[in-house]
Design a protein around this ligand. Structure first.
Ligand code: SF4
Length: 243
């Protein structure tokens, strides 16, 4: 069961303004997100990881908090992942930043003209996104990259509020089945479309949902997702966004 306070689909979009936190812009929302402690299990995990650290990063201060979305507030293309990685975004405080998944994603965004540089290593590295915004349905790093349904539902408020603030949004690129399902729900798609790499679904009120394999090492190391495949998705996103 989802959170009973959260209506589904288009109704959720229509009522998001009353349901979302009373914030006026993405920066204020980001500050509210980064203070959230709603999910006991994920709060404990993100903070344990941030304290124990990976040996390679033992001299760094981990972020260890929820990770807000990142990018251009006027973006027409939004990229939706799953959740922060324990030693990636949970360490650096920026989505897909500081790990191999991020190398793949930002490399592709750079090649497609959405990113100012090909690598995203830390929050102060100067990266600027143009016409793109990177986010995820769950904002705290989950053990084994698997949030529980109740955690997904608890975090939906933040995802909805952030997406609603992207007023120029025209294309949602969902990386993996989890982000695809949450994006389809937010877009009000019914029946819910099945995830597939290359899937393309037009929502009733305009935005197009594109499916793409997640940029996890599980996919990129095995060749399930290649750079040309990823580039093709962002080329299509550019077309749909009107570039
Ligand atoms: Fe809050 Fe989302 Fe983190 Fe849960 S996963 S504690 S709802 S930010």
């Amino acid at each position: 069961m989802g959170d009973p306070r959260v209506p589904e689909g288009r109704e959720a979009r229509a009522t998001a303004a009353s349901y979302a936190p009373p914030v006026g812009d993405l920066q204020a929302l980001a500050e509210r997100i980064s203070e959230c402690r709603r999910c006991e299990r994920l709060v404990a995990w993100r903070e344990t990881v941030a304290t124990e650290k990976r040996a390679a990063y033992r001299d760094e201060d981990y972020w260890g908090r929820p990770v807000p979305g990142f990018g251009d507030p006027a973006a027409r293309v939004v990229i939706v992942g799953l959740a922060p990685a324990a030693h990636g975004a949970n360490r650096t405080g920026r989505m897909f930043t500081g790990d191999r998944s991020g190398d793949w994603l930002y490399g592709a965004l750079f090649r497609a003209g959405f990113a100012s540089q090909p690598t995203s290593t830390h929050r102060d590295d100067g990266m600027v996104l143009s016409d793109a915004f990177v986010t995820a349905p769950v904002r705290c790093a989950p053990p084994s990259n698997r949030p529980m349904p109740a955690e997904r539902d608890a975090c939906r408020e933040w995802f909805t509020a952030e997406m609603e603030l992207l007023e120029r949004l025209r294309v949602v690129v969902a990386l993996g089945a989890f982000g695809f399902a949450e994006s389809a729900r937010w877009l009000g798609l019914s029946p819910r479309p099945a995830f597939a790499h290359g899937a393309e679904v037009i929502a009733p009120d305009g935005p197009t949902l594109l499916g793409c394999y997640h940029v996890s090492q599980q996919n990129t190391f095995t060749g399930r997702l290649t750079e040309p495949m990823l580039d093709a998705v962002f080329t299509r996103a550019r077309q749909l966004a009107g570039h």
